[in-house]
Design a protein around this ligand. Structure first.
Ligand SMILES: Cc1cc2nc3c(=O)[nH]c(=O)nc-3n(C[C@H](O)[C@H](O)[C@H](O)COP(=O)(O)OP(=O)(O)OC[C@H]3O[C@@H](n4cnc5c(N)ncnc54)[C@H](O)[C@@H]3O)c2cc1C
Length: 324
């Protein structure tokens, strides 16, 4: 099916729904295409630092913004955008389910996803003994034997949580010595594999064994009930790369208006070069990208309306041209 929209937002995290709230409220036909609802905030059991909102689970915060966006007409599609092309004035987005979206403007709010181990058969075991979120899934492994791949502060947090729940933990870390290694040595039910990586996952229906390889190339196979991977987060934007510049962190470089190097393509939230990765900042940058997209779409449609905010009187003052 081919859909036509003024704006397609890629990503149903807080940045994407904040952007969609603004574009749909300004009367632009808006679609949010997203793999899931909530993004990274789904991993946050409690958000205490979102201005003006009582502490609440991260997912609930995103659901509130989604509800606001859909109340103004934004439509949500659970799907993954796999390609982006430009055809004349339109962007053409294709999805994993085979849908096609044509849009005058696109807002990339595709955030960051957990880093993967990068081993064969990883996809097969996701949710089948392989988890990228200790906070979310540790309670499922009470009294069980698990492996944890991590390092640094996130390793410390994961070890503290898992050691109170699991019977035994194999801690596999690429480093020789850091805070997480110090912590691992203090916990009796942790077996430490420093300067090592998980290089294989084995099992029929779920993970049953892992292969650990040391920096010297020695391998050992151990039985586990589950594997946790806490190696940080990364952008996944290969399908956008020819339209954007990226920085050393793999983030899309945007100017202060949320504009990328391609006219009509905006980026917001954790996927963008905006500093400080926080919910309030992701939401605000979604709003910035949305206001810029609204002006872009109006201009393409020949509508002489240029907004500087969502409530002020309209003005025709143009914004400065963006140069990378
Ligand atoms: C465990 C944890 C706890 C946190 N706690 C807090 C906190 O307490 N307070 C705070 O302020 N911040 C917190 N953060 C940070 C906050 O979650 C992020 O800054 C924020 O969620 C970023 O929002 P985003 O919308 O930019 O991206 P994301 O939340 O990453 O959302 C991106 C969305 O894009 C979708 N997507 C990606 N690629 C595609 C594609 N190709 N096609 C379609 N959809 C796609 C994803 O499925 C996802 O829905 C926490 C983060 C984590 C990981």
């Amino acid at each position: 099916m081919v859909y036509e929209y003024d704006v397609v937002v890629i990503g149903g995290g807080i940045a994407g729904f904040s952007a969609a709230l603004y574009t749909s409220r300004q009367g632009l036909k808006t679609a949010v295409v997203t793999i899931d609802i909530g993004g990274q905030l789904s991993y946050a059991s409690l958000v205490e630092n979102y201005p003006g909102v009582d502490p609440l689970p991260g997912l609930n915060l995103v659901l509130k913004v989604q509800q606001q966006a859909t109340s103004f007409g934004a439509e949500v599609f659970i799907d993954e955008v796999v390609s982006l092309e430009k055809e004349g004035a339109y962007f053409v987005l294709k999805t994993k389910k085979g849908e096609v979206f044509r849009a005058i403007a696109v807002i990339a709010a595709c955030g960051k996803a957990p880093k993967r181990l990068g081993v064969p058969e990883e996809d097969k075991f996701v949710g089948k003994g392989l988890s990228y979120c200790v906070i979310c899934d540790a309670p499922l492994y009470r009294g069980k034997k698990v492996a944890l791949a991590s390092f640094g502060e996130k390793g410390v947090e994961a070890l503290e949580m898992l050691s109170n729940i699991a019977r035994e933990i194999y801690y596999v870390t690429p480093v020789e010595e850091d805070v997480s290694v110090v912590k691992a040595k203090q916990i009796p039910n942790v077996k430490l594999f420093p300067r090592s990586r998980i290089v294989g996952l084995k099992g029929e229906q779920k993970v049953e064994k892992i292969v650990i390889q040391s920096i010297r190339g020695e391998t050992v196979e151990v039985d586990v009930d589950g594997v946790f991977v806490e190696l940080g987060f990364e952008t996944r934007i290969d399908f956008l790369k020819k339209f954007v510049e990226v920085n050393e962190k793999g983030e899309i470089i945007v100017d202060s208006y949320g504009r990328t190097k391609t006219e009509g393509l905006f980026a917001a939230g954790d996927v963008a070069s905006t500093p400080y990765k926080q919910a309030a900042i992701a939401a605000a940058s979604g709003v910035v990208a949305a206001l810029s997209a609204i002006n872009y779409v109006n201009n393409i449609k020949g509508i002489k309306k240029h907004i500087l905010s969502d409530w002020e009187k309209k003005t025709t003052k143009p914004v400065k041209k963006f140069r990378l």
